[in-house]
Write a protein that binds this ligand. Structure first.
Ligand code: MN
Length: 408
């Protein structure tokens, strides 16, 4: 496939993240106006409720106060019909309607959907090996279950915030390797995790197949799972991360649909141990998506989602095996995406090897973990032939800890 041209001419460029091929879904407002559902096209946002007559879905879902949840509830046939109608409306040759467009500059973006539940996984073998080596030694790096099931934990939907939201350094009970005893203090090892979030677009009851799981994923967002490593190291055994991951989880404002990403499907790497039949790959369910992290506009990570050991569909299918009901608006974090090379490591914990080997920034600065005032930004795009399927940005700035919340 090559670029599809639109009458919105800013979309017709090889380096535009939002060409007609993409059409990601977001929620925006202008000035102090109401929140509206929108589609990114070039440097504009199409206000979908204003063209409800031209779209094959009930107008009510286009003004859903929850965001895109109502559209997701309609199901796969309506997702495809809506995308086809939006493509026809915006295609070069259709009647231009600049009156239904809003400039992205000046619009405020909100969470694109109401997050029902949030589960986060641990599905990069490079990441799991790196972290396991630091926390438990090279001999015990990969837990014995790791090659058989996607490891996850139930996170907090309430922690999810949209890109651009400032993040406050948390206090916690923490114990760094250098500490003899736990203490109550602001986290000193606050970190990012470069991830994607898979947005579940259909509810289910009981176990579902890998193919059904893949079909129920509406789209993907960039996701930063902010993590307090000193809190995590002390609390994580035996039930996994808890307060270390509860401060905030940032996502990018645009849901890039699975349909837009279809040309970029790819296989998971060869299995080192054959999976049980219900988790075995039935087709390409990973995606070739270039990912980058910048700290204060300096690139610190470059990798690709295609390095993951498990696909989001495998994580989702495994999630349902016990009968766990899934809801529209559930979000599954892929887990930190780390490729095999050092510059591909998707967390500062790995980049600085637990603080032993700080990374270099311009002007002679170094970082082991995030300092107050640092801005961390995730970037992502699939590279087509002369076009991009861009995710936009997922950014956040770390604010200093407040005074001791308990006044001690
Ligand atoms: Mn994570």
């Amino acid at each position: 496939m090559t670029i599809l041209n639109s009458w919105v001419t800013s979309a017709n460029h090889a380096d535009c993240p939002f060409p007609l091929n993409n059409l990601p879904y977001g929620v925006f407002s202008v000035d102090d106006g109401p929140r509206r559902l929108g589609v990114a096209i070039g440097d504009r946002i199409l206000d979908v409720a204003s063209i409800a007559d031209a779209l094959p879905v009930n107008a009510d879902v286009l003004t859903d106060p929850r965001g895109w949840n109502g559209v997701m509830e309609l199901g796969q046939a309506d997702w495809a019909a809506l995308r086809a109608a939006l493509t026809a409306f915006l295609t070069d040759g259709a009647m231009p309607r600049p009156d239904v467009l809003v400039p992205q500059v000046g619009a405020t973006m909100h969470l694109p959907f109401t997050v029902s539940e949030f589960t986060d996984f641990y599905a990069s073998k490079n990441h799991a090996t790196n972290v396991g080596t630091m926390f438990r030694g090279a001999q015990n790096a990969l837990p014995p279950n790791w090659l058989h099931i996607p490891i996850g934990y139930n996170g907090r939907a309430s922690s999810v915030v949209v890109s651009g939201t400032d993040i406050r350094r948390p206090w916690g009970q923490l114990k760094s390797p250098a500490d003899d005893a736990p203490r109550w203090a602001p986290s000193r090892r606050f970190d990012i995790e470069l991830e994607l979030g898979a947005v579940i677009g259909q509810s289910s009851q009981g176990p579902i197949s890998l193919d059904q799981a893949d079909a129920n994923i509406f789209g993907y967002v960039l996701l930063n799972d902010w993590s307090a490593r000193d809190i995590q190291a002390w609390e994580y055994q035996p039930l996994g991360p808890f307060q270390a991951k509860a401060t905030a989880t940032s996502i990018s404002p645009w849901i890039v649909t699975a349909a837009a990403l279809a040309p970029f499907r790819c296989d998971t790497p060869p299995r080192e141990v054959e999976l049980l039949p219900h988790l075995r790959d039935t087709g390409p369910m990973l995606f070739d998506i270039d990912l980058e992290v910048t700290m204060n506009d300096h690139t610190i990570v470059k990798t690709n989602y295609n390095t993951m050991y498990y696909s989001a569909a495998q994580q989702f299918a495994h999630h349902t095996t016990s009968g766990c009901p899934m809801r529209v608006g559930d979000m599954i974090g892929t887990g930190t995406i780390s490729g095999p090379e050092k510059h591909e490591r998707g967390s500062l914990l790995e980049l600085s090897w637990g603080g032993e080997d700080p990374i270099a920034l311009p002007d002679g600065q170094t970082r082991s973990f995030i300092e107050d005032g640092d801005t961390l930004t995730l970037h992502g795009a699939a590279q087509g032939e002369g076009y991009l399927i861009g995710f936009g940005e997922c950014t956040g700035t770390l604010l200093p800890a407040l005074d001791d919340p308990f006044g001690n």
